[in-house]
Ligand binder design. Structure first.
Ligand SMILES: [Ca+2]
Ligand SMILES: [Ca+2]
Ligand SMILES: [Ca+2]
Length: 346
């Protein structure tokens, strides 16, 4: 029997079935953009309802639904693995007082640059390959440096730009680690032209615990950006998304089972962001806690959803890169000197 569902089924759909007097409730955790083929029907029960957002949208008599979970429910993709030589690393730009392995951030036309600076060994952690971390941030044009006190460092290799509060001015996002409390996400803004930490998340709470940002975007579609990061990516990472309201970070979502960094590696980019299903909301591409599978996940409509899990591709060592298009692609490299290209079929 051919059954048509609305073009955009709810992410969370409840199916009630009545069989004799028994009521079964099924919760479908993954949206099914293609509708029907994933249901199979047997003439056992008298009535079945599909609900969307609490409203009955489709009603059938005399059928019971047998639900098939993923992979039939997953985003389709194909995968190509090819030999790959890691290119020689780019020659590092060097700026005054710069963190030795740091990256220079361009702040935009006519706005100069910023970089992690004031190298220090006061935090003997070494999660990014050495125990030299940044004690400050330096700007190229007129802006004063921001220098931390001795209780913390910037345990990061780069700065990220984002307009957290939507006021049109750019904030910088960076990992700040307290010597005795571990890492936090810090936002830096210019207050009367002077760089200051305007907000930070609670630190993890233990020394030598770190986090690696994924990126900043409106991941749930509420019109405000969230900062996504994997907390403790080396010891069973948790993906956390922080919103920003009235000058403060607040935790919006937390999901376990992710990792976007290998201990001691300088590679920070083992995760990516992109709109793979072209619904206007970016998805997150993050390796699982073993960095072998890639989990493609969404927070659209305030609901965590795993669109697919790309199996058996590890260990992942190189950066994840998302290439948008009609058939979006995701590429990353493996420890085995191979390059994986995933092509999605939204
Ligand atoms: Ca701003
Ligand atoms: Ca949002
Ligand atoms: Ca999307």
């Amino acid at each position: 029997m051919q059954v048509s569902l609305p073009a955009q089924p709810s992410q969370l759909m409840v199916v009630n079935t009545w069989h004799n007097d028994a009521i079964g409730i099924y919760v479908l955790r993954e949206a099914n953009p293609k509708g029907v083929g994933l249901f199979s029907f047997r003439p056992m029960s008298r009535r079945m309802n599909f609900f969307k957002d609490g409203t009955s949208i489709v009603k059938y008599l005399s059928f019971i639904a047998l639900l098939f979970a993923s992979p039939a429910w997953a985003l389709d993709y194909s995968k190509i693995v090819s030999p790959f030589e890691e290119p020689d690393s780019k020659p590092n730009l060097v700026r005054p007082n710069m963190l030795p392995d740091g990256e220079v951030l361009s702040l935009g036309e006519d706005k100069g640059e910023a970089w992690l600076s004031h190298p220090t060994e006061r935090y003997a952690h070494g999660v990014l390959g050495d125990a030299i971390e940044a004690g400050g941030i330096t700007y190229s044009q007129g802006t004063k440096s921001l220098v931390l006190n001795r209780l913390s460092v910037f345990e990061d290799r780069k700065l990220r730009m984002a307009d957290l509060d939507g006021d049109g001015t750019t904030e910088l996002i960076v990992v700040k680690s307290y010597l005795d409390q571990g890492a936090a996400i810090a936002a830096i803004g210019l207050v009367d032209g002077v760089p200051q930490i305007i907000a930070e998340t609670d630190p993890i709470g233990l020394s030598n615990r770190w986090l690696n940002p994924v990126g900043v975007a409106d991941f749930d579609g509420d019109g405000k950006v969230e900062v996504a990061a994997v907390i403790t990516p080396h010891i069973g990472g948790t993906l956390k998304l922080y919103g920003f309201k009235e000058g403060k970070f607040f935790l919006k979502y937390a999901q376990e089972g992710f990792s976007n960094h290998a201990y001691g590696s300088r590679e920070l980019g083992m995760s990516a962001i992109g709109d793979v299903n072209m619904d206007g909301i970016p998805e997150l591409f993050i390796p699982d806690e073993n960095r072998r599978d890639i989990r493609v996940v969404s927070f659209k409509g305030n609901a965590f959803q795993q669109l697919t899990r790309i199996k058996g591709s590890g260990p992942i060592t190189g950066p994840l890169e998302f290439v948008p298009g009609k058939r979006p692609q995701l590429t990353y490299s493996l420890k085995s000197n191979e390059r994986v290209t995933i092509t999605f079929t939204p």
